[in-house]
Design a binder for this molecule. Structure first.
Ligand SMILES: NC(=O)C1=CN([C@@H]2O[C@H](COP(=O)(O)OP(=O)(O)OC[C@H]3O[C@@H](n4cnc5c(N)ncnc54)[C@H](O)[C@@H]3O)[C@@H](O)[C@H]2O)C=CC1
Ligand SMILES: O=C(O)C(=O)CO
Length: 317
């Protein structure tokens, strides 16, 4: 069998991954460039039976999959990948499976963004480095502030517990969140999204992208936030109207934002996100830690081995 690994973020961890155990049984060809055109993708991927996709950049739509008759297995890192048309793949007899991902690293990155914004770490570090300026801003305490979590799944839960450890009041809302699940995470259930937005000093999004969460935070919702509030999104860009967020930051409707996810990744040279004031942008780093990547690589290999024995595991639905 032949396996193509699509590493089109040119992610350093992927490039240095040890594929030796896989290469003992099948041939593995990593591709590090990003192809936009379906024709080019077809000519490149045509011979492969297995496709490993490291992230969501290359859309594996039905029209592409139909043109890859040798393809039998797609393995993605993580258990969700919005760029794969899983239903179409299954209809075409292509198995799609994933790997687990640890929830601690994205929760920790969420805190890195909150701490960096609240103490102006990026500006202060660059002032010291560039011109030796000393103390150019006043930070805000987290202690005693209100942390509002939209979504309280695996990552939201961890973020909630750390918030409580900082002495914050933690509130949470999502469409189906119950009082008891909120209190297990040390949070109080808010009756509505509007109430959470109006109450919180820091709003952090931990929902999946799906029906009902696309554009959940638009201009109207951003206007309901406090002018001193910070918005953090490490989940999925499309949950927030990115253009409305840029305007809110330009006009001072909210005080700052920390984002790990964007409408277009990687950000183009002229993407307005790169010049938006009071915004810290990290390059989709949530899962990018040594522990997570070793889990990814181990499980990609396990997935391929399980498929080869006729009992695929970790199927995406
Ligand atoms: N920045 C990064 O690298 C990473 C980002 N993520 C993203 O973080 C987010 C949270 O991930 P987890 O905590 O692992 O997910 P989870 O599945 O544990 O929790 C998701 C939350 O979304 C809610 N939810 C699910 N379907 C919904 C719907 N249709 N409408 C409204 N709410 C819905 C659930 O009730 C829950 O509160 C996801 O968007 C995930 O893609 C996850 C890992 C890394
Ligand atoms: O799987 C996810 O949700 C991620 O964002 C990892 O990149």
């Amino acid at each position: 069998m032949r396996c193509a690994v699509l590493d089109d973020y040119q992610n350093v961890a992927v490039s240095t991954a040890d594929w030796t155990s896989l290469q003992a049984t099948i041939s593995v060809d990593p591709f590090h460039d990003h192809l936009e055109s379906e024709n080019e993708l077809v000519s490149r991927l045509y011979p492969y039976e297995i496709l490993v996709v490291m992230r969501e950049r290359t859309p594996l739509r039905k029209s592409l999959l139909e043109r890859l008759p040798s393809l039998r297995l797609i393995v993605t890192t993580g258990m969700r990948n919005a760029s794969i048309d899983v239903a179409a793949a299954n209809q075409l007899g292509i198995v799609v499976c994933g790997t687990s991902g640890h929830s601690e690293p994205p929760a920790e990155l969420t805190w890195a963004l909150i701490l960096a914004l609240s103490r102006h770490i990026v500006e202060e570090v660059s002032s010291v480095r560039n011109n030796g300026l000393w103390q150019t801003s006043l930070g805000v305490d987290l202690y005693g502030k209100c942390l509002g979590l939209i979504g309280l799944g695996k990552i939201g839960n961890r973020v909630a517990r750390v918030g409580a450890a900082f002495g914050m009041e933690v509130v949470a809302w999502s469409p189906h969140l119950t009082e008891s699940r909120a209190s297990e995470a040390g949070a109080s259930l808010m009756e509505s999204l509007e109430a959470l937005l109006a109450t919180s000093d820091i709003v952090s999004i931990h929902l999946v992208l799906g029906e009902g969460t696309y554009g959940l935070l638009g201009r109207h919702e951003l206007n309901q936030m406090r002018s001193t509030a910070l918005l953090i999104n490490t989940s999925r860009a499309a949950i927030v109207d990115q253009q409305a967020l840029i305007e809110a930051l330009q006009m001072g409707t909210i005080a700052g934002a920390g984002l790990d996810v964007f409408d277009h990744e990687p950000l183009a040279k002229d993407d307005p996100i790169r010049s938006t004031p009071n915004l810290i942008a990290t390059p989709h780093l949530g899962y990018v830690t040594e522990r997570n990547y070793s889990t990814f690589f181990e499980q990609v290999i396990e997935d391929i081995a399980a498929f080869a024995t006729g009992t695929p595991i970790r199927l995406l639905s």
